[in-house]
Design a protein around this ligand. Structure first.
Ligand SMILES: NC(=O)c1ccc[n+]([C@@H]2O[C@H](COP(=O)([O-])OP(=O)(O)OC[C@H]3O[C@@H](n4cnc5c(N)ncnc54)[C@H](OP(=O)(O)O)[C@@H]3O)[C@@H](O)[C@H]2O)c1
Length: 317
């Protein structure tokens, strides 16, 4: 098939585009051509590059037409963040594509009630990002179920891969937390460390898109959580990381209001976003309907990423 990937040179696209090429699809990447994929792969020689700035083209209402003109069978939209942006694309593509796959997020879940949360529980998003992504998800599923627009929504957790910093056991992106655990230094965690994170390897996210395309009839009109088989508690995650380096984690706990004053404002905001969500999502539906089989546990994915951070000197042991 002829597959257009919008935003295909980032975390997910680094793995997804080569997977699609090696499955003998014709692949077109639409991006600003400002960044390279994280991993070299000769598949990229077979990919057509279309250079476009979606934000700029959305604002003048021409992005949908640009994508339509590429005459794709399948569109994978990895970078849609607002409802008007989704509406413009769907408006242009209605009746013109076989399958439209949107990259959503588990942030649309908001506060969970029962965990692991399933896709059929009411979504209660909070925060601008989650609310916008939820509006897009609602819109696409409604378009699919009411009007037959062939949309599928894949909802990743915290995406992990070699080349970038994974969300750490304190729920933010400070690599020093890994360094301190590796060296056996004390690490302070908020509350009692029992809030959760739910990571997923970028290649497993890519796998879910490939499987959704391959299982078109089961995936249209549906949303799927795309995470590792199990979420991590902050405390358990910290203990495991220290264990990789032959250490016992030296952990101290502080109530949130005290903890937040001890870290940079940006790190505290990110931690709050993660612990307020405390995601713990079920992959049962993706396993059943898409045959999604994640290759990495959360810890396996993180360990691979941390090894690369050590090689680059970003994490020091
Ligand atoms: N990161 C996470 O942990 C996480 C978790 C859950 C869900 N998600 C979802 O994952 C998706 C993002 O995927 P990702 O992490 O693979 O993205 P990413 O690594 O940020 O890559 C973004 C891609 O889009 C291109 N791009 C960025 N701005 C653009 C623009 N204005 N016009 C055209 N191309 C543009 C980039 O290339 P150029 O810069 O060269 O244009 C690159 O190819 C989002 O939908 C997000 O909601 C992410």
């Amino acid at each position: 098939m002829r597959i257009v990937v919008i935003g295909g040179s980032g975390h997910v696209g680094t793995y997804l585009v080569p997977r699609l090429v090696w499955a003998e699809h014709e692949v077109i990447n639409v991006s600003r051509a400002q960044r390279e994929p994280y991993k070299a792969d000769s598949a990229w020689r077979l990919v057509q590059q279309v250079t476009a700035d979606r934000t700029a083209e959305d604002s003048v209402g021409v992005f949908g037409r640009r994508i339509l003109e590429l005459k794709a069978d399948v569109i994978v939209d990895l970078i849609c963040f607002t409802l008007p942006s989704a509406q413009q694309l769907v408006g242009a593509l209605r009746g013109q594509v076989q399958h439209f796959l949107h990259c959503g997020t588990i942030w649309t879940l908001g506060h969970s009630v029962e965990v692991p949360a399933t896709e059929d529980t009411p979504r209660r998003p909070f925060g601008e990002y989650g609310i916008q992504k939820n509006a897009i998800q609602d819109y696409l599923l409604d378009e699919a179920r009411r009007y037959g627009f062939p949309a599928t929504v894949l909802q990743p957790g915290h995406i992990v891969g070699p080349g970038w910093i994974p969300i750490n056991p304190a729920g933010n992106l400070d690599p020093e937390v890994f360094t301190r655990l590796a060296r056996g230094d004390e690490v302070t965690l908020p509350n009692i460390g029992m809030e959760t994170l739910h990571h997923v390897h970028a290649d497993d996210v890519a796998q879910s898109f490939v499987q959704a395309i391959a299982n078109r009839s089961a995936s249209i009109g549906e949303a799927f959580h795309v995470v590792s088989p199990a979420a991590l508690t902050l405390r358990g995650y910290a203990e495991k990381v220290a264990g990789w380096f032959g250490r016992s984690a030296k952990l101290r706990f502080l109530p949130w209001e005290e903890w937040r004053k001890k870290v940079a404002e940006e790190a505290a905001e990110l931690t709050w976003d993660h612990i307020a969500h405390s995601p713990n999502a079920s992959i049962g539906k993706a396993q059943r309907l898409l045959n999604y089989r994640p290759r990495f546990s959360s810890l396996e994915a993180i360990q691979e990423a941390v090894q690369v951070l050590i090689q680059k000197g970003i994490v020091q042991i």
